[in-house]
Design a binder for this molecule. Structure first.
Ligand SMILES: Nc1ncnc2c1ncn2[C@@H]1O[C@H](COP(=O)(O)OP(=O)(O)OP(=O)(O)O)[C@@H](O)[C@H]1O
Length: 233
């Protein structure tokens, strides 16, 4: 059953076309990775799917719920990790997660579990401004995971993560896939894309120019080579 249905979505910023009539579907438990050079349209697409940016045209539905017709219900099923951190700095890790937990009716136990998953238990009472860049990324990731959303949208989630946390990130995404979560994330790390992605879409000038099914690619190294070749085109 198709969980996410994106149909002919376009986005214009004044006269500039950022996305042009983009369509794709994702099933439950499927991970789609967005690749492509700077300015290809990845963040724009993720912001639209998160319900933050209105599309100029097109429709998005998640498990039959329309983003346009029923935005509130639609976004209640979304976990979104933006590419920039906008949290006020004089807020602790615990306060930050608790705020999102209250919006999503997540229990204190689940917040504790998330803190464990992102390895920030020791920093629980730290101000966000005292965290390293990688720790702030992990906190943003944890915020998106809260409440087991049906659709996880992550904008360059591995930026600033050390190799240990890149591996942990991959493990957590694989676990969420097994639980049926639809995952869409952007990355410039081709090995991460090849490791977690079921489908890798390669974007250029706001359009999908290639679609790779990793299961049909053979070993992961082959997928990585294919993606690197696309970047050079
Ligand atoms: N607020 C905005 N106003 C005008 N143009 C914008 C705006 N945001 C993005 N754009 C343009 O839309 C296009 C797509 O940008 P987007 O940020 O979605 O690309 P991206 O693939 O995420 O890039 P990157 O890999 O650098 O993060 C670019 O040409 C960009 O200049």
């Amino acid at each position: 059953m198709t969980g996410l249905d994106v149909r002919e979505v376009s986005k214009m910023y004044k006269k500039k076309t950022a996305l042009s009539s983009l369509s794709f579907q994702a099933n439950q438990g499927e991970c789609i990775v967005l690749c492509g050079g700077n300015g290809a349209g990845k963040s724009t697409l993720l912001s639209i799917l998160a319900g933050i940016l209105p599309p100029t045209d097109g429709t998005v539905t998640l498990h039959g719920v329309s983003l346009r017709m029923n935005r509130k219900q639609y976004i209640s099923h979304i976990g979104y990790m933006p590419d920039e951190f906008h949290a006020p700095p004089m807020v602790t890790v615990w306060e930050f997660l608790s705020f999102y937990a209250s919006l999503r009716k997540v229990t204190r136990e689940q917040v504790e579990e998330t803190l464990h998953d992102i390895g920030l238990e020791a920093q629980k009472m730290e101000w966000i401004k005292h965290l390293s860049k990688g720790m702030r990324q992990r906190l943003l990731f944890g915020q998106a995971l809260l409440g087991n959303p049906a659709l996880l949208l992550l904008d360059e989630p591995t930026n600033g993560l050390d190799p240990f946390w890149v591996d942990r990130f991959i493990d957590i995404l694989k676990q969420r896939k097994n639980e049926g979560t639809i995952i869409i994330f952007s990355t410039h790390m081709m090995d991460v894309a090849a490791d977690v992605g079921d489908v890798i879409v390669f974007m250029k000038n706001g359009a999908i120019v290639h679609r790779i099914e990793t299961a049909a690619c053979g070993p992961k190294e082959q997928t990585v080579l294919q993606l690197l070749a696309l970047h050079r085109q």
